[in-house]
Design a protein around this ligand. Structure first.
Ligand code: HEM
Length: 307
């Protein structure tokens, strides 16, 4: 796999590009596939402490244009928006996705610059977000984010496609959403009310008991199981971002999953509710401005795609 099981890191850059028309653009993207892993490898050699990792993914339409003879990962499609009675998980365009993480922002920027220059002329920018680790790994709304992520072997098993889609095993479905928070409304809540929205204590991250936790708490609606009662997990690597002068405070949500249907079920629970109408309390203060699904090939497949 590419580095889909890494922790969120100290700094991250998320870039989404659209693919230009024409064979030259396709050729340029394929060239990048061939030497993509070399970008991070070289920087790791130069700066061993930088913990740099770079991930590249493709939207469904771009995948078909770039690699028409490769077939398609089973669950790769253009994200279909999820419209509940109150809130909508919008679907927004994206062809090429880059997730760059490092212990230093300058290192992230260096990798982002090298990769962008390799793509120059073949793509146009759609979105770019610089995320940062906020204190002890908190979302910008003040709660520790990432606690219930799967650990050890369960991490790879949750994040990577398995043998049931053998041609794409080791790949991953990356789903991203840029959320903007209404910080005035959020900060107007008491700490206890905020804790009920998330389902955990704010200061020490302890989970609320079943009696204390409302049905619409974020960690209640996103906690899902299969028919046999096994918990279904994804690997989240969200980052906070902020532009204080503009009053913009957000969460860049990213979930890596071996099955997109798992992520989608969580989204349906948040936006439609299960039962219908039990929407996520967090959405009363958070708006999804984007929503895009990408396929992240395994590192080996990515290199092969460049041949
Ligand atoms: C849990 C924040 C969006 C899936 C959490 C927690 C926080 C949080 C603070 C509790 C700590 C933890 O276990 O990580 C946010 C914020 C979001 C957001 C600020 C954006 C507004 C999403 C989305 C999904 C999701 C879109 C799924 C598609 C989960 C899951 C858990 C979780 C699976 C763990 C639930 C459990 O305890 O089993 N999130 N989240 N989150 N979130 Fe989110």
């Amino acid at each position: 796999p590419q580095d889909v099981t890494n922790t969120p890191g100290e700094h991250a850059i998320f870039m989404i590009f659209g693919l230009q028309d024409g064979d030259e653009a396709l050729a340029k993207v394929k060239d990048l596939c061939a030497d993509f892993t070399a970008v991070a490898r070289s920087m790791r050699t130069r700066l061993p402490d930088s913990a740099i990792s770079c991930i590249m993914g493709f939207g469904a339409e771009a995948w078909s244009k770039l690699f028409p003879k490769r077939g398609k990962p089973k669950e790769l499609e253009v994200f279909k928006e999820i419209k509940g009675s109150k809130y909508t998980a919008v679907s927004t365009p994206g062809d090429i996705f880059l997730h760059i993480r490092a212990a230093r922002l300058d290192v992230c920027l260096e990798a982002a610059t090298i990769i962008s220059s390799k793509l120059h002329g073949a793509v146009y920018p759609i979105d770019e977000v610089q995320g940062f680790r906020y204190f002890d790994g908190r979302a910008i709304i003040g709660f520790v984010d990432g606690t219930e992520n799967p650990e050890d072997e369960a991490r790879l098993a949750s994040a990577a496609i398995g043998v049931d889609d053998a041609d794409f095993a080791g790949g991953s479905y990356a789903f991203v959403q840029k959320y903007l928070h209404d910080m005035n409304a959020w900060n107007a809540l008491s700490t206890e009310e905020q804790e009920k929205a998330i389902g955990r204590r704010k200061f020490n991250d302890v989970e609320l008991s079943d009696e204390e936790k409302p049905e619409n708490a974020h960690n209640a609606v996103t906690n899902i199981e299969d028919e046999d009662g096994n918990e279904l997990k994804i690997v989240r690597a969200n980052m906070a971002f902020a532009n204080p002068a503009k009053g913009e405070f957000g969460t860049y949500f990213i979930g890596y999953a071996g099955k997109f249907s798992t992520t989608r079920k969580m989204l349906e629970n948040m936006f439609i509710g299960e039962p219908i109408g039990n929407t996520d309390r967090l959405l009363d203060f958070s708006t999804a401005a984007t929503g895009t699904l990408f396929f992240v090939p395994s590192a080996d497949l990515l290199e092969e795609l460049g041949e």
